[in-house]
Design a protein around this ligand. Sequence first.
Ligand code: UDX
Length: 437
Amino acid sequence: MRISVIGCGYLGAVHASAMAELGHDVVGIDVDTDKITRLSQGRPVFFEPGLAEVLTSAIGSGRLRFSTDIADAAGAQVHFIAVGTPQKQGSHAADLRYVDAAVQSLLPHLAVGDLVVGKSTVPVGTAARLADLITASGSGATLAWNPEFLREGFAVQDTVSPDRLVYGVPAGEAGEHATGLLNEVYAAAIAAGTPTVVTDYATSELVKAAANAFLATKISFINAMAEIAEVSGADVTQLADAIGFDDRIGRRFLNAGVGFGGGCLPKDIRAFTARAEELGRGESVAFLKEVDAINLRRRQRVVELAVSALAGPVYHSKVAVLGLSFKPDSDDVRDSPALDVAVQLRGLGADVVATDPQAIDNSRARHPQLTYSTDLEETLRDADAVVLVTEWPEFRELDPVWAATLVRTPTIVDGRNTLDAAAWRAAGWTYLGLGRP
Ligand code: UDX
């Protein structure tokens, strides 16, 4: 099947590569010339495990090419819209200008029977509006909404073998046509048993908003329990294990720590709240404001713990910050709790030295005032406190005995509750977790 993917950022680059990997003939289109040049050479513009390999093999097979010219979308039967929907400046709402521009630019190149498929995360109501636009153009194309649930770090795997497929389609024959084409696109996943939910536009848009709201709520729930544990002497990690054994609750996404970040959860819960308010139902999701507030308080807590752990004044104390990306296996620092903690500690006057296996360049681009090191030993040397904020394997596996020989004061704040507290204490460290005695 011939497919075009409009927008080759995180979502689009992965989607285009995965579709080519599944055997489709794909063209990826983006307005950013540098991005297209790099992708054409098989070089992703961000770090994602496995992506470079899939990209290179798909380009080599002749099934994947990239272009800056939207006219190259002509001839494809299915056109995926995978552009960003960032948070609007000065507001919590989603900025839809890139989605609107992508659909507008595609209109002259659509043929009768083509399917335009929205993958971007949008406020409910967007698909219906875009469908009207496509109908009014007289192109004879149909719109479907097909939200994406991929996780960074597992993006290729999540795209090739998703845990569910959701199609928002119009009623009647157009809907059947859309469903048929999407079933062809995802034939391999469907044959492997992936469940499919075929529904209307609004439900498909809301599924995505609801899924992210639920995940964010689950994390903030356990972080709220961490706050209570901190004033009552309980241990939130044991509490999570114990409630997680109830399979109605489940242990996943109950890791208390510095909280969630990244390009999706924070902006998506804010956009969802803003959209619900526009629809006159702000009160229905008012709890998401609490979810956001709890999440941001955890960053504060890590900063406070680090400051309280210092023997002397924060000014000119050296704090080693381990981790900058919002989660391991990613170089993404958008709304990263780790980078935020590093910046706040620097703002308080600490000599922060931060390290990360992948995210230093992206962090430096945003916060050149911080000191970065690619060397763990140099980062730890003479530190007055160590703060672990992203649970990369190299930090989780850090040898506390070796690390103790490097630092000035063996104090560690484990912002992800990921270290073996007993082993660190046995090696002479003052160990401080979140929501743990
Ligand atoms: C998320 C959703 O999982 C995905 O389905 C959606 O498409 C996009 O948003 P992603 O942002 O890649 O994916 O990361 P995810 O693995 O969900 O983690 C989000 C954040 O939550 C990270 O900062 C992570 O460290 C944090 N987190 C996760 C916790 O703090 N505790 C947990 O128990 C789980």
